[in-house]
Design a protein around this ligand. Structure first.
Ligand code: GDP
Length: 341
């Protein structure tokens, strides 16, 4: 049986909509909107039977934009969201606050759904099963800056894959940061304790492939994939060193690792905490992967792991900004520090 992540770990769209203070449940009863204190309240003054013009909407739209920015939505994306609402409202005749409120809510919701609907479908379980049936390992590379939760979330994803009865090889390709390999070894030990071979037909469910520090990460990833292939391990998770998006030599080496090994999936790990900074990271990682690849069709980022979603309260804007910028889906959302989060 395929285990999906528990509901609590699925992308919290409702939280997102609620934190932008667009209440999904309220109807178009003007009285219910009259009590609204969030985005919709900015439109309170604009009622009447006349046709709406952009000039009339300007002040409310400005406040709405500031509101979105205060929730960590990147400024130009907040602007575009407001612009799409303005386009929907312009020229409409409105009688009550209820009708303008429902129009604002609907057009903002439509824009958010459009932004957050992935352009491509990623189904890791299905693709990993297909690779398994073809007798080859399914490979995922994780990249991102330091401290965003790469190793921790790699381990959580490993746990989820084991729960779905896949055996996993973790390739320790962070050959820079002291302690990186040991951190993965500790996760490997814990995960095997949670899923001992007795529960899986005497298979060791997770192994670590490591060659210590200072070696070429691309070469280690390649050896690990070969090892998994030779020993029929189902999935290879490639941990890479954290790197700043502006560090050219390190970005070149990441590009090389991806070019040489062509993983099935390249996941960018970014933390929900950082708002605009996450967008800058993502744009530059994608650009470097494209620029430093000699392939005509470079393999850039396929999806996002959004970490530390439990720490951001209602500042959910990074989720919107990251998907908007790349058009790529958020594949996992990290909501804590245990394996099931
Ligand atoms: P890396 O340098 O990117 O590999 O980051 P680590 O995996 O070492 O994680 C850095 C810190 O973030 C650790 O203290 C993790 O426990 C913590 N962390 C990772 N993911 C989450 C998450 O989803 N929520 C919370 N609250 N903390 C997280």
């Amino acid at each position: 049986m395929i285990r999906r992540p528990p509901r609590s770990t699925l992308f919290p769209y409702t939280t997102l909509v609620r934190s932008l203070e667009i209440d999904e449940k309220k109807g178009v009863n003007p009285n219910s909107y009259a009590k609204t204190s969030g985005i919709l309240s900015y439109f309170k003054g604009i009622v009447g039977s006349k046709t709406l013009s952009r000039a009339e909407l300007q002040s409310a739209l400005e406040k709405m934009k500031d509101h979105l920015i205060s929730k960590n939505v990147a400024a130009d994306i907040a602007y575009k969201l407001c612009d799409s609402v303005a386009t929907n409202l312009e020229g409409k005749s409105l009688g009550t606050f209820g009708s303008i409120a429902s129009l604002v809510k609907n057009s903002l919701t439509t824009s958010l759904v459009r932004i957050l609907s992935p352009k491509r479908r990623i189904d890791i379980i299905r693709d990993a099963l297909e690779a398994k049936n073809n007798g080859i390992p399914y490979t995922i590379a994780f990249c991102g800056v330091n401290g965003v939760g790469k190793s921790t979330n790699l381990a959580k994803i490993c746990f989820w894959l084991i729960e779905n009865d896949f055996s996993v090889l973790i390739a320790a390709c962070d050959t820079f940061r002291a302690g990186a390999v040991e951190q993965l070894r500790t996760h490997t030990r814990h995960l095997n304790a949670l899923h001992p071979p007795e529960r899986h037909n005497n298979r060791t469910m997770v192994q670590l492939y490591e060659k210590g520090y200072g070696k070429d990460a691309a070469g280690i990833a390649m050896e690990a994939i070969k090892y998994a292939n030779d020993t029929t391990i189902d999935i290879v998770l490639i941990d890479t060193a954290g790197r700043m998006q502006d560090n050219e030599p390190l970005m070149r080496s990441l590009s090389k690792l991806i070019r040489i090994n062509d993983p099935d999936l390249v996941l960018f790990v970014g933390e929900a905490l950082v708002g605009n900074e996450a967008v800058d990271q993502l744009v530059k990682f994608n650009k470097s992967l494209a620029d430093y690849s000699s392939n005509e069709n470079p393999h850039i980022i396929d999806g996002i792991v959004l970490t530390k979603f439990d720490t951001i309260d209602d500042k959910v804007g990074a989720a919107i900004s990251m998907t908007y910028i790349t058009g790529q889906p958020i594949v996992f959302v990290g909501t804590g520090q245990t394996y099931s989060d």
